[in-house]
Design a binder for this molecule. Structure first.
Ligand code: PCA
Length: 199
């Protein structure tokens, strides 16, 4: 049995719910596609999130790492193509305001996802779930943890499937915010389909 580290995030900014935390918690301990899932919820904290992820990678030595995050306002499931060496965006949950600084001084500018992102999109569409590849994960914590994982594997000469998938708001989150939303059940189904695409 292979191991998959699946991460989500705690709520942040004006989002009192983060559907990725529930997906991750729900799938923890499940088996999909011959992967034993280790589900963990990460902080939204520029000082901590990346380190939390790397600690879990070092602890479990997973065969694949799939990180999930909320992209409030997006209408599709969006596997991310690239992570960039930059922290920017609004204040995090600890009040830290990034200002375009590098995540790792001397780190390469970007890393491409090593997840089968095209296969994931095709499979989701086949299952009638809207999906498309995203060419930017932004520069906030989602980009930050994606960069951390890919940088870690590259620095250590390890070839692993690793990357990030942004998901839309759940109905529970969107109900007062006038934004596109999915049922939590469909979000969960989409993540299971994406996991089934891992080799
Ligand atoms: N989404 C944010 C950070 C946490 C989350 O779920 C992002 O897109 O960077």
């Amino acid at each position: 049995m292979k191991k998959l580290l699946l991460t989500g995030f705690e709520p942040f900014l004006d989002n009192p719910i983060n559907p990725t935390a529930d997906i991750t918690t729900e799938l923890d301990g499940n088996e999909i596609n011959n992967y034993q899932i280790i589900g963990r919820v990460l902080s939204v904290d520029f000082q901590k999130s990346g380190t939390e992820l790397i600690k879990q990678i070092e602890k479990h030595d997973p065969d694949a790492v799939v990180s999930l995050g909320l992209a409030a306002g997006r209408s599709c499931i969006t596997p991310e193509r690239i992570a960039i060496n930059c922290n920017d965006g609004p204040t995090d949950n600890k009040g830290h305001q990034p200002n375009g600084e590098k995540i790792f001084t001397g780190g390469q500018d970007g890393y491409f996802s090593t997840l089968p992102i095209a296969k994931m999109v095709n499979k989701l569409q086949e299952e009638k779930l809207p999906a498309k590849i995203s060419n930017t994960a932004g520069a906030y914590l989602c980009n930050n943890v994606m960069y951390h994982a890919l940088h870690y594997f590259k620095q250590n000469g390890i070839e692993r499937q690793a990357g990030f998938i942004h998901v839309p708001a759940s109905h529970a989150l969107a109900v007062e915010k006038n934004m596109p939303s999915w049922s939590q059940e469909d979000l969960l189904r989409a993540v299971k389909i994406a996991i089934a695409c891992l080799s």
